[in-house]
Design a protein. Structure first.
Length: 255
């Protein structure tokens, strides 16, 4: 049977298949508003799967979750397991409001905990629409963390809520300052985000005891991690999907 994990975020829908060995394959990013594109991937993945498929889905986007549910109901996979909040994720936690917290945060922590298994504290930095910095104790307990504006959201907000600022997509080539509006904006968006993440990490490091390991994930991790930590930054793609695999399909715990 085909096994699929799906992560419904605020900006992207990601699917990935498990191989026969239980390991996660490469993920596919799909548009939020194009079920036709979803159908193309569905048909490709299911053409040689007479036993059908089993799905595990994490969502922080209720309207899109309803749309994906309709899509799946029309195609009748063998089973679909939904994870709607952090409370449903099987990770040790010492947080408040888990029943309203994002399942994606908890899945990233679950995957990082299985990956590291070092007995050291850790921080998980997820760089998507929002940037989250999650803290994990040396005993493997998720204690919550910090939530900040993501790189793209910052750029879009400055463009949308001002009269004249253009939309920019800065990266590490952004200048430190600019003589005109666009480079000034690129400097503020990129290096301001880098500075914010660096400060959030530094503040959590001080009370976690031993120097924590830092793991990065998410669409903008490859841009931000080297700018914050340098070339040795540890970037692990698709931690949320990896966490879904552990929770729903229980493969070997080797990411």
């Amino acid at each position: 049977m085909l096994r699929v994990v799906a992560d419904i975020g605020n900006s992207r829908l990601k699917w990935a298949r498990l191989g026969a060995d239980g390991m996660l394959g490469a993920s596919v990013s799909l548009p939020l508003d194009d079920p036709g594109a979803w159908a193309v991937v569905w048909d490709d993945w299911h053409q040689n799967e007479p036993e059908g498929s089993a799905w595990a889905v994490s969502t922080v986007n209720p309207p899109l979750a309803r749309r994906l549910e309709e899509f799946l109901n029309e195609r009748r996979p063998q089973c679909v397991r939904w994870f709607l909040t952090a409370a449903e994720v099987p990770v040790d936690k010492d947080v408040e409001g888990a029943d309203t917290g994002g399942s994606d945060r908890a899945f990233a922590v679950l995957a990082a905990s299985r990956l590291l298994e070092t007995g050291k504290p850790a921080l998980v930095v997820s760089c998507g629409t929002a940037i989250t910095v999650e803290r994990i104790t040396a005993a493997g307990v998720w204690q919550g963390g910090a939530i900040a504006m993501g790189l793209g959201l910052c750029a879009r907000a400055l463009h949308a809520f001002t009269a004249q600022l253009p939309l920019v997509s800065p990266d590490a080539t952004a200048p430190s300052w600019g003589r005109s509006t666009e480079p000034s904006l690129e400097a503020g968006v990129f290096w301001g985000t880098v500075g914010a993440v660096r400060e959030l990490i530094a503040r959590q490091r001080t009370d976690l005891g031993a120097d924590p390991l830092v793991v990065w994930t998410g669409g903008d991790a490859a841009l931000l991690a080297p700018a914050v930590e340098g070339p040795s930054a540890r970037v692990v793609p698709d931690l949320v999907l990896q966490g879904l695999v552990h929770a729903a399909f229980d493969p070997p715990h080797d990411l």
